[in-house]
Design a protein around this ligand. Sequence first.
Ligand SMILES: [Zn+2]
Length: 149
Amino acid sequence: MTETTRFMDAALEEARKAAARGEVPIGAVVVLDGKIVAAAGNRTRELNDVTAHAEIEAIRQAATSVGDERLTGADLYVTLEPCTMCAAAISFARIRRLYYGAEDPKGGAVDSGVRFFASPTCHHVPDVYSGLAEREAAEILRDFFAGKR
Ligand SMILES: [Zn+2]
């Protein structure tokens, strides 16, 4: 198993844990120097906080753990294409590489929608790798919403 696969697996695990809590199943991990320094899933319902997306939660945890608002050299793995808010947070946190699973044509902002990183007002652009464990990431979401109906 490659490192990348292992870290995306950890993000998928966070997505499954979010589903078990009744949250939209999206998970994220932050990796620094080959180690996971933060792992989180969506907590918008639990916290009554629309900003508590997996990526934001993981970035907050990582920043606390590192003791710096900037996560220079850190990589973020997330199961779904980040939204506009999270793409901005990823840029502000100076994330080095972004790995995401499934595309989100409805809410994504990296390769879909506003394509935040390509905008002239985005001052730090991470390297982006998409399509990791894409099927599994999409399946977790599909199963969750199918169960709701
Ligand atoms: Zn988001």
